[in-house]
Design a protein. Structure first.
Ligand code: 5GP
Length: 183
């Protein structure tokens, strides 16, 4: 799992990471939020609330959460393949916590900004109104306080290419460790 506060640049790190590790399988989340202008149609499975809740109630998600910053639901569908296979999830911290509880072997890479000022600058750079910047910043600071205790690795996103290379190294050494242990 890759997690980290909103605005830290997880999405860019994951895009670059896939250039390092093209065979890495990425989970496609479901969400009730609207697709953003210019956003890939397959960035998420975009559904309405009724469909999301029905899928959740059938046990269709590994984890799900309602994001306090926008009131929308997000969830990781139960994968088709074996759960022992490798799968990358890009999710927020509450979801990562649920996955860790269900699958203690799951690895959490927590992406942090070089400083809280940097995070605020990035959030402001998105052009959102002041109220939502303040709300996201408050949530981000909470995630920054809670994340390290849950994380297996912490990566500073000072530069997306460098951070992606570090994440690729972590995954490489985890794969090696897993292969050596015969798991
Ligand atoms: P956005 O709406 O900006 O795409 O995503 C908002 C937040 O939801 C991000 O922190 C993202 O990592 C998180 N997120 C995306 N998919 C999932 C998911 O399936 N489960 C959870 N818990 N969080 C998700």
């Amino acid at each position: 799992m890759i997690s980290g506060p909103g605005g830290v640049g997880k999405g860019t790190v994951v895009t670059r990471l896939r250039e390092h590790l093209p065979d890495l399988e990425l989970s496609r989340s479901w969400t009730t939020r609207d697709r953003r202008p210019g956003e890939d149609a397959d960035a998420y499975v975009f559904v309405d609330r009724d469909r999301f809740v029905a899928h959740r109630d059938r046990g269709g998600f590994l984890e799900w959460n309602e994001l306090p910053s926008n009131g929308q639901l997000y969830g990781t569908p139960v994968p088709d393949g074996s759960l022992a296979d490798e799968l990358l999830l890009e999710i927020e911290l509450n979801g990562a916590r649920q996955v860790k509880q269900r699958f203690p072997d799951a690895v959490l890479i927590f992406v942090v900004p070089p400083s809280t000022e940097d995070l605020e600058r990035r959030l402001r750079g998105r052009g959102d109104d002041e109220e939502s910047v303040v709300r996201r910043m408050r949530l981000g600071l909470q995630e920054l306080a809670e994340g390290p205790a849950l994380a297996d690795h912490i990566v500073v996103n000072d530069e997306a290419d460098r951070a992606a290379a570090e994440v690729a190294d972590i995954i490489g050494s985890r794969r090696k460790r897993r292969a050596d242990s015969g798991a």
